[in-house]
Design a protein around this ligand. Sequence first.
Ligand code: 5GP
Ligand code: MN
Ligand code: MN
Length: 323
Amino acid sequence: DEWAGAVEAIRRLPAEGTILLVCHVNPDGDALGSMLGFGLGLRQLGREPLATFPAPYELVPPFTELPGLELLIDPAEAPAAPDLLICFDAASIGRLGELADRLDTANTSIVLDHHASNARFGDIPLVEPTAAATSVVAESLLSRLGVTLDKAMAECLYVALATDTGSFKFDLTTSAVHELAARLLATGIRPAEISRRLFDSRPFGAMKLYGDVLARASLEPAAAGGAGLVWSYATLEDLVRHDQRRHVLEGLIDAVRVAEEADVTCVLKQVSAQEWSVSLRSKGAVDVARVAVGLGGGGHRLAAGFTGLGTLAEVVDLVRAAL
Ligand code: 5GP
Ligand code: MN
Ligand code: MN
């Protein structure tokens, strides 16, 4: 099967073979955590993998503290034709940006993912839509390769797991997820410290910015097929006014989606004058992946996103119409 194929592809690789690890653009905790955790595992097997992600190539807090950062290289320096390409947490080829061509130039490609919308690209697609995070797939492959989890690997995989389960709160938080978490914790990692860094630590200015965004949120009870929509937005001017950078907006939607009257939450983050990065969340009744895919994006049933072009009002109208 595909698992055996992936194990074979890694084991058969000659000692001097180049291994390139890639993950999706604007990587989140699952993309970086599963990629770096897996890379550290390959190191234990005597390999020297290189890891990267598409431009903009910048590492932002809280990921600047991840173990395994020494594996990272600028995408401009990524080998043009690696012997083995391993891709993490990317639902589609387009999410690999300028690195997408490596799927063709690499001798062999393995794709680790958990998005239901994944079209199963690559030579060996390991796509598990029931997995809570790509790190679940990564750990399973590491275990089949005979890798023993150490603390550095475990911290990466734990960051990935905690990120995509929203601190073990979301739908796919199964007993298997908790069993994996238990094995990761057994290596001695510090969950309280990691969680605070990931979810509960933000500059004071960012807190004030969140206040502005919450104050201007709108509730539309009739939207989303009667399921209710709560939405808000953050502009570039908001970032300037509070002297903040874009990455502080990562947890914004979690503050907005608490509105109990709404099933669907939408947060629009301005990228440039007429471009918005749109995040969508559902509490169950609405499949927001379908909404996002229809608008050129992707994601999961309960968490998805897309890039919207136009004024704020125009992009919100697109979302209303799709709902
Ligand atoms: P977030 O709202 O946290 O940025 O993204 C939630 C999920 O939606 C991500 O896990 C990702 O799968 C998906 N997603 C977000 N933005 C985009 C996008 O622009 N394109 C695609 N294809 N998926 C996205
Ligand atoms: Mn991701
Ligand atoms: Mn993921």
